[in-house]
Design a binder for this molecule. Sequence first.
Ligand code: ATP
Ligand code: MG
Length: 562
Amino acid sequence: MGENENATKTDFIRSKITDDLKLGKYSGRVHTRFPPEPNGYLHIGHAKSICLNFGIAAEFTGLCNLRFDDTNPEKEDVEYVDSIKEDVKWLGFDWQERMFYASDYFDQLYEWAVQLINTEKAYICELKSEEFKGYRGTLTEPGKNSPHRNRSATENLELFSGMKAGKFEENRYVLRAKIDMSHPNLHMRDPVIYRIINASHHRTSSKWHIYPMYDYAHPLSDSIENITHSLCTLEFEIHRPLYDWFIHALELESRPQQTEFARLNLTYTIMSKRKLLELVTEKLVHGWDDPRMPTICGLRRRGYSPNSIRNFCDKIGITKFNSSTDIALLEHCVRDDLNTTSKRVMVVLHPLRVVIENYPENQVEELDAINNPEDESMGSRKVPFSKEIYIEQNDFLEDAPKKFFRLTPGKEVRLRYAYYITCTQVVKDEETGEIIELRCTYDPETRGGSSPDKRKVKGTLHWVSARQAVDAEVRVYDRLFTVEEPDAVKDDDGYEKFLNPASLEILTNCKAEPSLADASVGSRFQFERQGYFNVDPDSASSEQLVFNRTIALRDSWAKKNK
Ligand code: ATP
Ligand code: MG
C-alpha cells in the first residue's frame, strides 16, 4: 500500500495520513468509516463526510466501512437504514461486504464495561438527573464526586447485570466512567457510558435494556473494526480525550485516531436533522424526498447528479474552522455537470398558440435538432413542425420596447431549428382582452433557421408543434428559505416564518416536444432557454408527464442580491 502518489487533493487530513504512512503507522494501512445514526435521512452535509471517508480510502488504497451507529433505539428505524444504504450507493460509493452496526458489538461493549468495573474504572451511579448538574460543576468550577463513586466492584457488577436484565425502571441507575470530577474538560467528569432504556431496538429487539452512550460506543466500535483514521466533525474535538481514554483504559491494541474537520453549512439551507424531521412531520414539505429538501433523496429527485455533488464536495475541500458555504457554489456544480451531460429539448411552460397562415394545412415536417452543442457524440433528433405551434407567452409583446428581440407585430424572429416568422395579427378574448392566439407568416426560404440573403434576426424562440405536443406538468422550485442562515434562527422565533412562499410553483399546462413522450423517470434534460429539468417518479402514476425543474440556467438570486 503506497503513498498518496496520484492524489490531486491536499488538505490537513490527507497530509496527516501521508505522514502516518511515511512513519509506518498502522503498518501502512488506511481504514476509515462513515458512521451515520439511522435516525433520519442523509443530507448534503453527510455527503461531505461520505466523500471524505470513502474518497480517502480510495486514494490511499485503503478501505472504508459503512457503520450504523444504532445505539439509541427510541429514534432509530430500518426505514432510515435502507435510505442511507441507497443514498451512499447512489453517490457512487461501495462498502463492499463491510456494512456493520454498533449493535453488532453490544455483547463485546458490555464485556468491556464489566472489565472497566472490575478494574475500578467505572461505577453505578444513582443520582437523579436533577442532582447530576449540581455535582458536575461548571467550566470555572470543579465538580464533586458522586456519593456512589466508591461502590465496590462486586456491588457494581450486580447492579449492572440487573440493569441488563431489565430489573429496573429507566433513569434509576447509570454506569459512569471513573475519571476525574475536577477535570477541566467537562466531558471527562465521570461521563455516563450506559443508561437504561426499555425500548425495542430495530435489530436486537428486546434483548437489551441498557444501551451504550455514543462517546463509549464510538471509539470502541472503531477499534473493533480496526479503523485507523476516525474522521468526524469539529464538535467532537472536545470529546477526543474521552475517545482516547476508553481505548487506553481497556488496553486495546487497535488504536484508531480521531481527527476533526469542519462540517458543511450551506446558505439558505437547514442542516439540522431535527429541524428537517420537523419540516416533514409538520408537512411544511411533501416528505424527506421533497425536491426542495437538502436531503440526498431530495436532491436526487430534484435532478442533481451524483457527479455534481461529488464535484461540489471536492471544491469545498476540508478545513479546520466552521464557515458557511454559498449555495450558489453547489448550484454552479450542478449546472456545470448537467450542461455537458443533458440532452436539449424544447418545452413550452406557458403556451401561447401561434397559427402560421401561409403554412400548408396538414403538412408536417421533421426538422433536425442538435441534442447537445457541447457534445457532438450525443447526436441529433427530429422535431415535427406544422401549421400550429406553441411559443412562450412572455416571448410575445404587443407594444414592445426597442430592445425586445422576441416576437412583436411586424418584426421577424427565428424559431429554433425551423423558420423565420413574422407576426401579422393578435387575437384577443373579446371579454377579457387576454391574448389567446397569434397569426403569423413564415418564410419558406429560411428552413433550418437561416436565410439565403443572410438577413439579421436577433431573437430565437423555442416552440413545440401543437398537434404532436405532449402534455406535461412542470414543478418549478426555488430556495426553501428566504434568509441566508435559517439554521441560526432561534426556535422561539419559528424558522417556518422564513419559508419561501414561492418555493414551489406547479405549471399544469405545459407542452413538450414529442421525443419526451417516453422519457424514463429520473432522466435529465435541458429545456432550451429555461433550465435543467428531470422526470419525476410521479410520472409513472400520473396522466401526464411530470417534470421537476432542477435549476434555472442562470443564478437569478445573484442579481437580486446586488
Ligand atoms: P445527530 O445529531 O443525529 O448525531 P448528525 O448530523 O451528526 O446528527 P450522524 O448520522 O451522526 O448525524 O452523522 C454521520 C456522520 O456524518 C458523522 O460522522 C458526522 O460528523 C457527519 N456529518 C453530519 N453532518 C455533517 C455536516 N453538515 N458536514 C459534514 N459532516 C457531517
Ligand atoms: Mg452524530
